[in-house]
Design a protein around this ligand. Structure first.
Ligand SMILES: O=C(O)[C@H](CS(=O)(=O)O)OP(=O)(O)O
Ligand SMILES: [Mg+2]
Length: 235
């Protein structure tokens, strides 16, 4: 299936199929939230909008990137999210790169949000859907983030039916600026990062679902879509 890689500033048209990639950490966090029982995640355009949504909707929780902040329930950290019970909850998520990228393509007919933890399920969903071509939105660093590019290229290989070794792609992500920055945050005792965050972002196929964003009552809402396990010999 044809595919291309673009940064958020290069998005001049509405893609037919968009796969928005944020490995560190928005869409690793989203996948962990679903694994902890969250029903849906509303992607918010600003901190103020995230807090307004939480205020107006009883039981909703809000999370943002950066340090813990007044009004927000938690931060954009898979290491912290993984110990929460989110059964049936709605989360509102606002981050610097991932949620911005998803909102930039929210009018596309099909929008998936991806990271290594849902790579295989995302490739399988795209193959089953078959409506490409696929535009991978590289959310970090104006389209240059090594961890997001590595993950997008890995999904692209699996989409093409190549039995790709994950290790070289994971190495690129492990040695990225984003990973170094998170490691540095841990060393400095920064509250917005957990020591396990980088490792959790590098677990290929940790979850058997993909994540589809669609428009619901003028909000952009992310939901998990479970896929059947891959049969032996299938790529
Ligand atoms: O929380 C994150 O890891 C980042 C914040 S920043 O871009 O590193 O400042 O946000 P994300 O949107 O998940 O890349
Ligand atoms: Mg990122």
């Amino acid at each position: 299936m044809d595919h291309r890689f673009v940064g958020i500033p290069e998005l001049t048209d509405v893609p037919r199929v968009a796969v928005v990639v944020d490995v560190m950490r928005a869409f690793t966090v989203a996948a962990w939230a679903f694994s902890r029982g969250a029903e849906k995640i509303v992607l918010a355009p600003s901190d103020a909008e995230a807090l307004a949504l939480k205020e107006n909707c009883s039981g909703w929780l809000a999370l943002k990137d950066g340090a813990p902040a007044t009004g927000f329930d938690t931060v954009n950290s898979p290491g912290l999210i993984r110990s929460l019970d989110l059964a049936g909850r709605t989360l509102v998520q606002k981050t610097t790169a991932g949620t911005v990228g998803a909102l930039a393509v929210s009018s596309a007919p099909l929008v998936l949000c991806a990271s290594f933890v849902v790579a295989g399920a995302t490739a399988r969903f795209l193959k089953m859907d078959g409506s490409g071509p696929v535009t991978f939105v590289i959310t970090g660093d104006d389209g240059q983030a090594a961890e997001d590019l590595a993950c997008a290229e890995y999904i692209g290989q699996r989409l093409a039916g190549v039995d790709a070794e994950a290790a070289p792609f994971l190495h690129r992500a492990r040695t990225s600026w984003a990973a170094t920055d998170l490691d540095d945050g841990v060393r400095r005792g920064y509250q917005g990062v957990h020591p396990d965050d980088v490792d959790l972002c590098l677990q290929v196929d940790r979850f058997p679902f993909t994540m589809v964003a669609s428009q619901e009552d003028s909000l952009t809402v992310l939901r998990p879509v479970a896929l059947p396990e891959e049969s032996a010999g299938a790529s």
